[in-house]
Ligand binder design. Structure first.
Ligand SMILES: Nc1nc2c(ncn2[C@@H]2O[C@H](COP(=O)(O)OP(=O)(O)OP(=O)(O)O)[C@@H](O)[C@H]2O)c(=O)[nH]1
Ligand SMILES: [Mg+2]
Length: 291
């Protein structure tokens, strides 16, 4: 009989969780950027193999901070660790462990019998793969430990074998042709957010959320979709719009190009910028954005 399991991916911000999910699914399921705390939701990606089905849950990077937004992101991650059948703990070989990695390892203690561990970024010139592996082996001596490069798709077959070895017999949760369960409205918002994360600096990526406003069908099944890029302060609007509208144009064009590879109909975006003061302190707003 076939196997199935829910696999939550755990790791600090920028460990490469979303890159790994995309490499496993062979599709851009979850957005990626060099900015820590890019992922804000528990995004699902589905992998089907002869052995069965694995449903991966990408999670927000585990970050030590007492800000409301960060606490909420941490809650989303820890809930996913608690609910999953297997937790895949990813450690970034290019960073020293430090207090945050220690705290994450502690948070995973309760899941130690459900853990598969992996050192990521072994391709990087500054990777200290052996010391990252030693850190994991000391914390979780009984868990399977692999080494991989999500970016170069190295070590993924071995990883899938280790995960299927831990999975139980069970039914597939999704039809075989599915690689994610995300609604188009959310996926489009995420792709737009990725471009903002890639092209703006410092605090701005963290000051933005993307809000779906409206959509309609145009000629040739084109989806015409309106989204607002919402910032915290009036002074941030100008940066997102850019000189003569250059930044918002770049965000729109790059997002549309990505969306052309995702959907089988063209997507045309209309983007506007508005202010929602102090949205990061608004419990209701956070509930609607982070889950
Ligand atoms: N060299 C190298 N870089 C990688 C690898 N995996 C991810 N990266 C890079 O690390 C950065 C962060 O990748 P993400 O996949 O967004 O990391 P994440 O863990 O999802 O980050 P958060 O969503 O912020 O928690 C990006 O610049 C990736 O290109 C890898 O195997 N090797
Ligand atoms: Mg991510």
């Amino acid at each position: 009989m076939a196997k199935s399991a829910f696999v939550a991916i755990a790791g600090r911000p920028s460990a490469g969780k979303s890159t790994l999910l995309n490499a496993l699914c062979g599709q851009k399921v979850s957005i990626v950027s060099p900015v820590p705390q890019t992922t804000r939701n528990s995004v699902r990606g589905i992998v089907n193999r002869a052995e069965g089905q694995l449903v991966f849950l990408d999670t927000p990077g585990f970050h030590l901070s007492d800000k409301k937004l960060n606490l909420k992101l941490r809650d989303v991650a820890t809930e996913a660790f608690a609910d999953a059948d297997i937790v895949l703990y990813l450690v970034d070989a290019t960073r020293e462990p430090g207090a945050e990695e220690e705290a994450l390892a502690r948070a995973l203690e309760g899941a130690s019998s459900r853990l598969v561990c992996a050192v990521n970024k072994i391709d990087a010139v500054d990777a200290k793969s052996e010391s990252a592996a030693a850190f994991i082996a000391e914390k979780f001596p009984l868990a399977p430990l692999l080494k991989l490069s999500a970016l170069q798709a190295q070590g993924l077959d071995e990883l899938l074998s280790a995960l299927f070895a831990k999975a139980s017999e069970g039914p597939a949760w999704y039809p075989e042709e599915y690689y994610t369960d995300q609604e188009p409205v959310f996926r489009i918002a995420e792709i737009i957010r990725e471009k903002i994360f890639l092209h703006t600096r410092e605090e701005l990526p963290h000051a933005v959320y993307v809000s779906y406003e409206d959509s309609s069908r145009g000629p040739g099944e084109t989806l015409q979709a309106e989204y607002d890029l919402v910032v915290e302060r009036e002074s941030q609007k100008g940066i997102l719009i850019g000189k003569g509208g250059s930044m918002i144009k770049r965000i729109r064009e790059e997002a549309e190009a990505d969306l052309a590879g995702i959907f089988d109909y063209p997507v045309k975006l209309k983007l506007s910028v508005r202010v929602d003061p102090n949205w990061k302190r608004d419990e209701k707003r956070l509930d609607s954005l982070i889950y």
